[in-house]
Design a protein around this ligand. Structure first.
Ligand code: GLN
Length: 392
């Protein structure tokens, strides 16, 4: 038989999802894939039920239903301070992953170079590779994940098309500061490049940190596609609803491409999630304090056990270094072994550090823990961890 398309050659099960499959086999608590399995707010669920009962069941406009785009327009202006002027600069997508795909199809030709910061979210890189883009990496290291902007500028060539910025970061929880984003904005302008920002964890912030959208900085909007979604904020990862915000000419092409690929995001679910914007702002405060408690429990437990823990500034992941555990326990030679050891000895799923680096060796001492769990489940997970790996 004739071979499949070249782009399928390197496709493999992601390490993030692999841990979920492994846990299905062994049992245990999944602190690996960021599945966010707390309940979806009632108002959203009811909204979707009602839309289904009312037969709001036909395709929507490819960019999404009007009500949702209007609500997003206001949210992006008020929360993100993005100088977005009309609904035509906003499109609803099938997950923020759908938004990322549409952005890449719209901006990139094969061979274009894209700058990505390590540790990265693997789906960004794998999708960029499928698109035929050339990845250029800038490594950052904890606990402060500082960026060497001279190194970033040195990577820019006339083939550089875009920079990917994930804030708050997955897997490291880095929240980009205004001054860092200003430096990126200056590079976009100076070298005529685009930014793709993934801001899906924009409401998960700790220690009084503020979420700043790159597109809110002077001059940056015209060159930035801002991506976010509802999955994490409202515990609805399986609904697959996200969105993109950017200049109208770019969003229009992204919408046309999404139309070709999937026509629109599921209409009744769009009606459901539109109800989120009628909810009280107290929702965000409650979420923030609940995540702060979970971060405290997760990170202090890992520290007690002997992990080196760069406490995340945002998001709900922590990328912890287990190298000091080697003196006391076996099964921690590298991240692959460590991840398996945690499943077998403690019944806890985590994601291998290598999943977030180009060179596997760079992630060999780390595991990513996701603490987006119900508090009692997280307590149980921490208890199991401490039982299997008693603090010294
Ligand atoms: N974003 C989530 C994570 O990083 C899950 C997405 C996925 O399954 N790829 O774990």
């Amino acid at each position: 038989m004739k071979p499949l398309a070249n782009r399928t050659e390197h496709l493999a099960q992601s390490n993030i999802r692999a841990i979920t499959l492994l846990l299905n086999e062994y049992g245990g608590i999944n602190l690996g894939q960021g599945i966010c399995d707390m309940p979806t707010p009632d108002a959203i669920k009811k909204g979707a039920h009602k839309a289904i009962d009312d037969d709001k069941s036909i395709y929507s406009y490819y960019g999404g239903i009007d009500r949702l785009r209007s609500a997003l327009l206001k949210k992006c202006q008020e929360y993100n301070q993005i100088p977005v002027r009309s609904e035509d600069e906003i499109m609803v997508t099938v997950g923020s992953t759908g938004a990322f795909v549409a952005t890449m199809f719209t901006l990139l030709n094969p061979g274009d170079e894209v700058i990505v910061f390590e540790p990265y979210y693997g789906y960004h890189c794998n999708l960029l590779t499928v698109m035929g883009a050339k990845l250029r990496f800038i490594q950052t290291t904890g606990p402060d994940w500082k960026i060497d902007f001279e190194a970033v500028e040195a990577l820019i060539t006339d083939k550089t098309k875009a920079i990917v910025v994930t804030t708050p970061g997955n897997p490291n929880g880095k929240v980009w500061t205004r001054s860092e984003l200003e430096k990126i904005a200056a590079l976009l302008e100076k070298h005529d490049i685009y930014a793709i920002t993934d801001e899906i964890y924009e409401y998960m912030l700790y220690d009084g940190r503020e979420h700043i959208s790159l597109a809110s900085l002077p001059g940056a909007f015209e060159r930035t596609i801002t991506l976010s979604g509802f999955s994490k904020t409202y515990n609805m990862t399986g609904w697959r609803l996200g969105y993109a915000v950017g200049p109208e000419a770019i969003i229009e092409k992204m919408g046309l491409l999404s139309d070709l690929i999937y026509i629109c995001a599921p209409t009744p679910l769009q009606h459901g999630v539109a109800e989120a914007f009628e909810m009280d702002d107290g929702y965000f405060d409650e979420m923030a304090s609940s995540y702060a408690r979970k971060r405290q429990l997760m990170c202090s437990t890992l520290e007690e056990i002997g992990f080196l823990v760069p406490w995340p500034e945002g998001s709900y992941y922590v990328l912890a270094d287990f190298s000091q555990l080697r003196n006391r326990f076996s099964g921690f030679e590298d991240d692959e072994q460590a991840s398996l050891t945690l499943v077998k000895e403690a019944g806890i799923g985590t994601v291998m550090g290598r999943s977030f680096y180009d060179d596997d060796a760079d992630g060999a001492n780390c595991l990513r823990f996701c603490f987006a769990k119900e508090y009692d489940v997280l307590e149980e997970a921490c208890r199991k961890l401490k039982e299997a790996f008693p603090p010294a």
